[in-house]
Design a protein around this ligand. Sequence first.
Ligand code: DUC
Ligand code: ZN
Ligand code: ZN
Length: 502
Amino acid sequence: MQEFDIVLRNACVNGSHTCDIGIKNEAITALGLGLVPTEDTEVIDCEGAVVTPGGIDGHVHLAQDRSPRARAAGYVSADTIETGTRSAVAGGTTTVLLFAEQAKGQSLKEQVANYHLLAQEQGSYADYGFHAIITDPTEEVLENELPILARTGGIMSMKLFLTYKHMRISDKQFLKALKKARELKMVALVHAENGDLVDFFTEHLEEMGLTEPMYKAIAHPLEAEAEAVNRAVTFSSIMDTPMVIVHVSVQEPMQIIRKAQSLLKPVFAETCPQYLLLGKQMLAEEHFCGAKYICSPPLRSYPKEIEAIWRGIVNGTFTIFSSDHCPYRFNDPQGKQLGFSRDCNGDPKGIFTKIPNGLPGVETRVPLLFSEGVLKRQCIDVKRFVELTSENPAKLYGLYPKKGAIQIGSDADLVIWHQQESFIPKRLNHDRDLHDGCDYSPYEGIEFLNWPRMTLLRGKIVFREGSIVGKRGYGQFIRRKPCSLPFQRRMGKQWNVLQAAL
Ligand code: DUC
Ligand code: ZN
Ligand code: ZN
């Protein structure tokens, strides 16, 4: 007879069929009706509620304040790896992909080693991996460090920036990095905004004294995003390298991506909760509260652009839905208040270029899409919800089927939702409901029609009925494999410069 540590009874798996889920030694070992528990088995009645695979958030910044640039600017991330992953599991996310950032002049390998140490010191509640942020793609980094990180370190993705003075790479460096990514079977994540275009508008606005948070949206026009996406997609095609355009905020770049996808180019797209729910008018909130919504790309027109992004969620343009959790406290001189100043008359003045960039959202990501997309708009079903929040990130980032699936042999990373009929809708209150280190949520007051009742990570209950019950340090680093999402290689396995040119 099969023995189980846990049996989940009456689980509506991915919203499609009801069965029991048997768990033993961190993995799912049985799916079926009437699984028989032994004396030591914990039986949890899911009451017919939906059960989905643990969320995988492919875009999370924790402790992202260690670079020389961050230290010089004086900002401090609101979340450590401990607090950010605690928050993740409370919102149904069991794996996060964090960023190990190389500053110009630094060794990438050393920075990755530093982030490994940090994760050990701070202790993670969720499983985790790293994307390598490459700002200085020297020969040493590309030829010596990166192959070791990919082949033995299990770091199968790199993030490249086309904007920000301290981070952006030239087009030639971009091509070199993509060529190396292809060789190492890595995925390239790209922050696609045209840096010169953004700098040009920013400088003009500054000259005119237009520096309040709302001018951020003007400094980062959608054309800056569209131009850079077009370039990135073109380069991905020439180099035949799988690429994900992260944090797509607006219709034009989405259409460029969709066209490329229809031609079977290896291009994937990510969007984030803020582009589905928040509009740029929020940047004009009084008392400097607009600073809470400063992120890049910026919030866009509401409802026009929001509706376009929802269409991309429904029609398959977006492969993954990530939080881009990048939290800075609002009432904190090392947080959003860095952009608060006073003019010569002593009147308050916001300076958007000094406001740290980013919003919190790792805990609200999964429940927001479930509540807004599956339950309120009813524009996606649970299957598509699972694709966006778990299955596709697992496939894209080389975690599938260990993660992102409810299958025999997969890690028992699971979210048990509340039975829909008995859930009392709740309006989000940051201080009451969330577990992060930030002091606000951009989704304050939004009504949630469901929320994870329990989260399991590798067979352990880590969040139960509103309380964290997991242990700091239980989360493990996960070595990843190449992307397993389908895409068509333009030139087969033997890509070379000559072939690419022909
Ligand atoms: N890009 C991100 O991906 N996150 C925060 C800020 C940024 O520019
Ligand atoms: Zn970015
Ligand atoms: Zn980000």
